[in-house]
Design a protein around this ligand. Structure first.
Ligand SMILES: O=S(=O)([O-])[S-]
Length: 136
């Protein structure tokens, strides 16, 4: 059976991208080390371990994002109370586009890394490779 959906994920991502702040990779690389910027990694922990991660990035599994930014949620994380610029990223910018659109709808200001981690590494962004992955 082929199910017909009301909208495709590609349409959802496109609509999200049209209304959120997108940050190009070179600009994000320049932001690295800025104490006013927090880079938030939405990828699965296994992707982080396998592919490496942006130095200093904060890991927030995509499934928890709404709960971690909401001060009224029992899962709230203090880091999101800080008056910083939050830049969310995933692998290719799809998950982060959807997440940031939702967070913006909640009233939480955030931007996303337009092309994600793959482009980050290709364009020379520094990467931390977890010890465990080096031996695999
Ligand atoms: O991380 S993703 O943009 O490939 S869904």
């Amino acid at each position: 059976m082929t199910r017909t959906l009301k909208t495709s994920v590609a349409e959802m991502v496109e609509a999200a991208r049209a209304r959120i702040e997108e940050i190009e990779t070179p600009d994000a690389i320049e932001m690295l080390g800025d104490p006013e910027v927090v880079i938030v990694d939405l990828r699965d922990i296994r992707e982080r371990e396998r592919m490496g991660y942006i130095p200093g990035s904060f890991h927030c599994p995509r499934g928890m994002a709404e709960f971690w930014v909401d001060p009224d949620s029992p899962y709230f994380k203090d880091i999101f109370a800080k008056d910083k610029k939050f830049v969310f990223h995933c692998a290719s910018g799809w998950r982060s586009a959807l997440t940031v659109a939702t967070l913006n709808d909640m009233g939480f200001p955030a931007a996303h890394l337009k092309e994600g981690f793959g482009t980050w590494e290709k364009q020379g962004g520094p990467v931390v490779y977890p010890e465990t992955d080096r031996t695999k």
